[in-house]
Design a protein around this ligand. Structure first.
Ligand code: 4AD
Length: 578
């Protein structure tokens, strides 16, 4: 409580009054200086008395009780009181002076802005007409008069007559230099990051010893604001900065994607999708776009998103695989690059509720053909990014230690993985009926290898692994059994160091009866699968395919901590916006 506040709060303040001060139980804030509610200190009594003298009874210990205050103590307290009063007065004077100065500055600033409003820029009609270009075309237009529109990515004011604006238009960045009157307008004085502007001028190579994106800068001869972004508390930099928490970054994802890293990731994502399409095109696979609203499951009921479809139960698709299988007899080998959905109940670095699924289905193949195709695809799409000027630059920036995977990938059978885990002392958790861990044990044939142990194995081996031939019990109903060992399936997961499983695939059951066994084993009612079953009825064939999680491949390629960082707007448990 300040001196003024405490004096004001004490209504009994008067000179000549008797004050009670108890050094044992008194209270300077809650007390009022009466015998019932004594103060704790003499200083407080002086504050209450406004510095005037009075009668002061002080109790230092129980035995002596209240005694008149000693003269020396009164003198000391009075001196302290007077010093405090002076200090408070000075502080009040200082604060008033500061307020006055701030008001004067604000008025001067306002006047300067009003004055600046009078400065209106206009284009010099004698100059050649400015050609509208995108920043990516800057190098080709060096020396010509151009106009570029974009967002103010960075802003640096140097003195009164020079401003540097790094402009961003989605196709690149260019440094623009504004000089003289161009820096005196109202818009120049109030320009903020993320405002949109159009700048006219000439692109010149930067002087020796200076650097700028692309090695050139746009020397402005005219410029105008299109849309001003707010300053102050609402400024872009106040909403997002290096200290922003992950939740804020997710809430503000629409602004985060304007940043250099996030936009680079999105660029590589686009290159990757193109890489897939180019590869499939080279292998004569046709793209299809299967429905996302479905009435069948593919990968188990526990991760199905269910919704009401005009009164019927329907789901968001977990995988388009079953639909791709139906296309084989129509247009041959097919692929799709579309969304899949999983109601994942856990927060892991590699699980999303919605992910981009690259799925492939091939007819008249054997298991080895499938493995070769997976390998070729991964090597080809990564190669396409590494040979792209923008893609390779971004990978080098975000993942400088990236090693391009080479064929052939290590091929390992599930049974060998179980042996590897046992040899390396990596154990499985033993849980009770409530899923609570009660101990550890060695992995056994038939166990599903969970994410943690699988990651440890992949990270230790340190290279891509095609993990093959899982037991039927841990895999989906549609997987073909191995002819050499009917306990196993012709199935495969591609594991990458750092992220783990990136691709899952298998040969499919081609025999009608075996498919019915699969439905039965997994407790699936075959009725709504009639169209899938029909593939085995109307001309069956050995076929197989796989699904690759685009976000997992990207997180691996760009060394991102989680798949959430490589989505445009990630969806996971607890997040469905923006
Ligand atoms: O192994 P999954 O579940 O296989 C299938 O869906 C098959 N029907 C695909 C097929 O054969 N056409 O998923 C395939 C891949 C995984 O390896 C993983 O990369 C990705 O899809 N994936 C996920 N990515 C992000 N978040 C999730 N919740 C994912 N679930 C699967």
């Amino acid at each position: 409580m300040s001196l003024e506040q405490s004096a004001a709060s004490l209504t009994l303040s008067e000179s000549g009054r008797k004050f009670w001060i108890c050094e044992l139980q008194g209270h300077d804030v809650e007390g009022n200086g009466t015998e019932k509610m004594p103060f704790r200190t003499l200083l407080r009594a002086f504050e209450a008395a406004g510095g005037a003298t009075g009668e002061f009874a002080v109790r230092k210990n129980v035995a002596e009780g209240y005694q008149p205050a000693a003269k020396a103590a009164i003198k000391k307290a009075l001196k302290l009181y007077e010093a405090n009063v002076k200090k408070a007065q000075k502080a009040a004077e200082r604060s008033a002076a500061e307020k006055e100065e701030a008001a004067l500055n604000a008025a001067a600033e306002q006047a300067k802005l009003e004055e600046a409003r009078k400065i209106v820029l206009s284009e010099d009609p004698a100059l050649p007409v400015a050609k509208k270009i995108r920043i990516r075309d800057s190098t080709d237009n060096r020396g010509a008069r151009v106009k570029v529109s974009g967002w103010v990515h960075r802003l640096r004011v140097q003195g009164k007559d020079m401003m540097f604006v790094v402009l961003r238009d989605g196709s690149g960045y260019i440094q623009c230099v504004l000089t003289g009157r161009q820096c005196h307008t109202y818009d120049a004085l109030t320009l903020s990051v993320e405002s949109t502007v159009t700048i006219h001028g000439t692109i010149k190579v930067v002087p020796e010893g200076k650097s700028a994106p692309g090695g050139h800068e746009l020397v402005a001869d005219y410029w105008a604001v299109l849309g001003k972004a707010p300053g102050g508390d609402d400024a872009f930099g106040s909403k997002l900065n290096a200290e922003s928490s992950p939740d804020i970054l997710l809430d503000q994802r629409h602004l985060v994607i304007r940043g250099e890293t996030a936009s680079s990731v999105l660029r590589v994502r686009a290159l990757l999708l193109k890489g897939f399409r180019d590869f499939f095109d080279s292998r004569h696979l046709t793209e299809v776009t299967p429905p996302l609203m479905v009435q069948t499951q593919v990968e188990g009921g526990s991760t199905l998103f269910e919704f009401d479809y005009y009164g019927e139960k329907a789901y968001l698709t977990q995988s388009s695989q079953l639909y791709l299988e139906t296309c084989l007899a129509s247009i041959g080998d097919v692929y799709c690059l579309t969304e899949s959905f999983r109601a994942e109940r856990s927060h892991t670095r590699r699980h999303l509720s919605e992910f981009t699924h690259c799925e492939v289905e091939l007819a008249f193949i054997a298991f080895d053909d499938l493995l070769d195709m997976m390998e070729d695809m991964v090597v080809s799409v990564i190669g396409s990014i590494m040979s792209h000027p923008v893609g390779s630059k971004i990978v080098a920036e975000l993942n400088p230690n990236f090693k391009v995977p080479k064929k052939p990938f290590r091929r390992m059978n599930y049974v060998d993985a179980i042996a590897w885990l046992r040899e390396h002392g990596i154990k499985k958790d033993v849980k009770d009926e409530n899923d609570v861990k009660i101990g550890e044990a060695d992995f056994e044939f038939g166990d599903d290898i969970p994410e943690g142990p699988e990651r440890r194995m992949t990270d230790t081996i340190g290279e891509p692994i095609l993990l093959c031939r899982f037991p039927a019990e841990v895999k989906s109903f549609y997987m073909k059994k191995c002819p050499e060992d009917r306990r196993l399936t012709e199935s495969v997961d591609l594991l990458m160091p750092g992220v783990g499983e990136v691709v899952g695939g298998s040969m499919r059951i081609s025999d009608l009866d075996e498919l019915f066994e699969g439905y039965k084993r997994e407790g699936i009612d075959p009725t709504p699968y009639y169209w899938f079953t029909d593939q085995r009825k109307y001309g069956t064939c050995e076929h197989g395919g796989f699904g690759l999680g685009v976000e997992r491949l990207l997180a691996w390629l760009l060394d991102r901590y989680t798949v959430r960082e490589v989505c445009l707007y990630p969806r996971f448990m607890g997040r469905c916006q923006p």
